[in-house]
Each structure stands twice: as C-alpha cells, then as structure tokens.
Design a protein around this ligand. Structure first.
Ligand code: FEO
Length: 169
C-alpha cells in the first residue's frame, strides 16, 4: 500500500468517527424536541458510523499499516429546525461519498486492487446512505407539517434497529 492511500484511509477513520459524533448530536437535538423516534434513527446511524471507522482501522491493520487516531471536531449541527438537520445529513453523506470516491481514485491510480475491493462495499453503502437521507427529507416534507403525520413518522423511525455491517474483514 502506498503512503498516500494509507494516509487517506487513516484520515477516513477520523471522518467516520466525526460522522458518528455529528449524528449523536442530531440524536440529542431530536431527544430535546421530544421526537424520540428521530433520535433513535440517528443513534442507530451513529452506531453504523462507528462501525465504518472500525472497518477502516481493521483494514489498515490487516495490511500492516499503523493507525493514528486524531482529535474529533466539535459537531456543527444546523439546528434552526428539524428539516435543516435532515438536509444537513444528506449534505454530509454526499461529502462522505466524495471522500470515498477520492480514496477510490487514489487506489485506482496505484493499481491497489485489494483496497479497491475493500472500498467497493463503501461505494454501495454510500448510495444507500444518500437514499435514506433523501427519503427522510421527502417524508418530512409530506407529513412533517401535520402533527398526526409527524407523530406517525416519528413512530416509524422509532422502529429502526441496529444491525452489524454486512462487511467483515
Ligand atoms: Fe460512513 Fe454515513 O457513511
């Protein structure tokens, strides 16, 4: 593995932990608003992000690379209203997709096929992450302005349960 790819993968560990931290902040925002289903949704999301960070660490270690944990930035939540939070989640996932694509590009230039195979799971995962974030914005747009609709949407989100990632190393 080249130093460049190793450094990008190591940086992604931090980015995934930041995602977990951001989504925990979202969960706190919704908890404080009494929307415990939305809070559950983002708590589960935070757990998934932590899993992503660990997968990047394990992949580096399986390849004999050193992992350096850096400081995690304070989450910058757009908390003007619930919709702003949901839209920030979509923007954040698009940003993460860009990061994954950037590592993919570097690994491709290096003909690092093992890293490309590892990253394939994340390329697909980002497609799902963006779709989930977009679906939530659409549902909020349709149902969120009506108290009964918002209540039902909150109940739907309360049903999300954590599942370990399908990728194992
Ligand atoms: Fe680690 Fe939300 O992607």
């Amino acid at each position: 593995m080249t130093e460049k790819v190793s450094a990008l993968l190591n940086d992604q560990v931090n980015k995934e932990f930041y995602s977990a931290y951001l989504y925990l902040d979202f969960a706190n925002y919704f908890t404080e608003k009494g929307l415990t289903g939305f809070a559950n949704w983002y708590n589960v999301q935070a757990q998934e992000e932590r899993d992503h960070a660990v997968l990047f660490m394990q992949y580096l270690q399986n390849n004999g690379e050193k992992v350096t944990l850096e400081g995690i930035a304070k989450p910058a939540t757009e908390s003007s209203d619930s919709m702003a939070v949901l839209k920030q989640a979509l923007q954040h996932e698009k940003y993460v997709t860009g990061l994954i694509n950037n590592i993919y590009h570097a690994a491709s230039e290096d003909r690092d096929y093992r890293t490309l195979q590892f990253l394939d799971w994340f390329v697909k995962e980002q497609g799902e992450e963006e779709k989930n974030a977009n679906d939530l914005i659409q549902k909020m747009d349709i149902f969120g302005s009506d108290p009964k609709g918002l209540y039902l949407l909150d109940q739907e989100l309360a049903a999300r349960v954590y599942a370990a990632p399908s990728l194992t190393l």
